[in-house]
Design a protein around this ligand. Structure first.
Ligand SMILES: [Zn+2]
Length: 306
């Protein structure tokens, strides 16, 4: 079994205000980032013990970066060397410090090929991480494996522990705020499949990129899935037989959400409309949408070319 964190490790972590040991081989360092409100920080997770990675180096603030580097140096002295900077996906509030820390700490950047593609010309990805790849190791030889979980972003990765059921979840779920599926980056069908895939692991703890850890891991994943499908059912019910602009559906689909959030809700609504189209339940023409008339029309391939 995994041994408890040593007093020296606890002391090092305590030096950084807000940092905490959440599980063996899992340290949470929330640092300020320009993220989606109400969240104001991104968790910089230090994952692994014998061989560790820093997940989502993101803070743009030099003082916060200095504090983080101080902790990493202390961990190195205590036998936990950081072997790389792992990006769960390409969004700014997950990668903002990657270039600086790569240079400063002489560490490789690790990410999925689809993330590398999105970051091309901005942040070099030194090591491409594929589904099923082990990226970190704990003191007892147990490991952390990257799982490709697209939906929020095409190259999204989570890290699953080989024994404890802990999953470092990136933006698959949030401990604070919500997860936006924006069709510019994301795909609802993939997101729902990723929720199902991670739920099938029967995780015991989710360590999200924003907010505190989630202990009812299976319940949270089921709730996220149910919530999305309920929202989609409302959108499908609101979709008229005549062509309509997507924002005209907002009052019916997102009437329970503050109008201030409707510009963001519209992105999510579009992701649901795309999903409804993939299921043959909605049709689009020049940015306007209507309900698919029936199974015959939905099955007509020309309808999809329109
Ligand atoms: Zn994101």
């Amino acid at each position: 079994m995994q041994t408890e964190a040593s007093p020296a490790l606890r002391h090092a972590v305590d030096q950084l205000s807000g940092a905490s040991i959440e599980a063996p081989g899992l340290i949470r360092v929330p640092l300020p980032t320009p993220t989606l409100p109400p969240a104001t920080t991104t968790n910089h997770w230090i994952v692994g013990h014998r061989r560790a990675v820093l997940v989502d180096p993101a803070t743009p603030h030099p003082a916060a970066r200095d504090r983080l580097c101080g902790l990493l140096a202390a961990l190195n002295r205590l036998g936990t060397p950081i072997g790389g900077l792992l990006l769960t996906h390409h969004h700014d509030d997950h990668v903002g410090a990657a270039l600086d820390l790569r240079r400063r700490l002489d560490l490789p950047v690790l990410a999925h090929p689809a993330t590398a593609e999105r970051l091309r010309g901005r942040i070099p990805v030194d090591i491409e991480v594929h589904d099923g790849q082990v990226v970190a190791e704990d003191a007892d030889g147990t490991t952390w494996t990257a799982l490709h979980t697209p939906g929020h972003a095409p190259g999204h990765l989570v890290l699953a522990h080989s024994r404890s059921g802990v999953v470092v979840a990136g933006d698959l779920v949030a401990g604070e705020g919500t997860i936006l599926i924006d069709p510019r980056d994301g795909r609802m069908a993939d997101y729902l499949a990723s929720l199902t895939r991670v739920a099938a692991l029967k995780p015991t703890l989710l360590a999200p990129a924003h907010g505190p850890v989630l202990t009812d891991a299976v319940g949270v994943l089921a709730h996220y899935r149910r919530h999305r499908l309920q929202r989609e059912a409302r959108i499908a019910a609101a979709l008229p037989a005549n062509w309509t602009a997507p924002d005209a559906l907002l009052p019916a689909a997102y009437g329970d959400v503050s109008r201030l959030l409707w510009p963001i809700a519209l992105r999510s609504l579009l992701a649901h409309l795309e999903h409804l189209r993939e299921q043959g339940r909605a049709t689009e023409q020049a940015g306007r949408w209507r309900a698919a008339a029936g199974p015959d029309e939905a099955a007509d391939p020309h309808e999809f070319d329109a």
